[in-house]
Design a protein around this ligand. Sequence first.
Ligand code: ADP
Ligand code: MG
Length: 252
Amino acid sequence: MSNGALLRCCGLSAAVEEKQILHEIDFEVPQGEVHVLMGPNGAGKSTLGHVLMGDPVYDITAGSIEFDGADITELTPDKRSLAGMFLSFQAPVEIPGVPLRSFLRAMVEGRGEKMKNKEFRKQTKALAETLDMDPAYLDRELGVGFSGGEKKKVEMLQLLMLKPKLAILDETDSGLDVDALSVVSRGMELYREQCDGTLLIITHNTRILEHLNVDRVHVMVAGRMVAYGTASLIEEIDAQGFERYEAAVAID
Ligand code: ADP
Ligand code: MG
């Protein structure tokens, strides 16, 4: 393994309610690269995303997580977020009574960033416009009555305001419609262009990857990393599915 990885997992194993889900995961994502995590339903992809972010539902039973040169295995989710990690939620939150703009403001301030109100308004408005989002949404209550595509826009707005070092986007079973798909795709491109961001994308939907240069693909089956390769692996999996990987795990 190289020394320059932004994210590195060594022998990472995790359980929920004593049920072992992740088994000795080794993988790394170098700074500035785009990595894709694929695998059949129930493989443990979302679990890995949550474990990386420090979701207390999961117990880390072995191994470690390093981020940006520090061991973060024991850190709480807010500390990981402060360190520069971001995980998109599959089911975005709704907070009645809290306007989207106030939520974004609290988020940026939680980062310890000082920003004048005028500048903040200017930035959020410009970002909303780049995402084809009516800036009037910034004054609406967070998530309340938003469509799937609008919720994704909020998520991308968060991503582009926070500018994390690493964004883990879990898009698997959320059934994104065409509108939401193009929003996520655009958001990822902007994040790459504006923030030189590092991406770990969990997806079945290979269309979402069309505008990105994917550096590496990791394949997960039954809680194990079973293969990795270059972007050509995506086409192969599209055509052939995960059967040969599943068969290999079954023999073990
Ligand atoms: P994927 O995202 O690859 O479809 P998941 O990570 O959602 O897979 O799930 C992997 C396995 O872990 C599944 O068997 C799932 O039922 C189990 N699992 C995940 N989270 C929990 C949880 N909070 N409680 C119980 N089982 C869970
Ligand atoms: Mg999932």
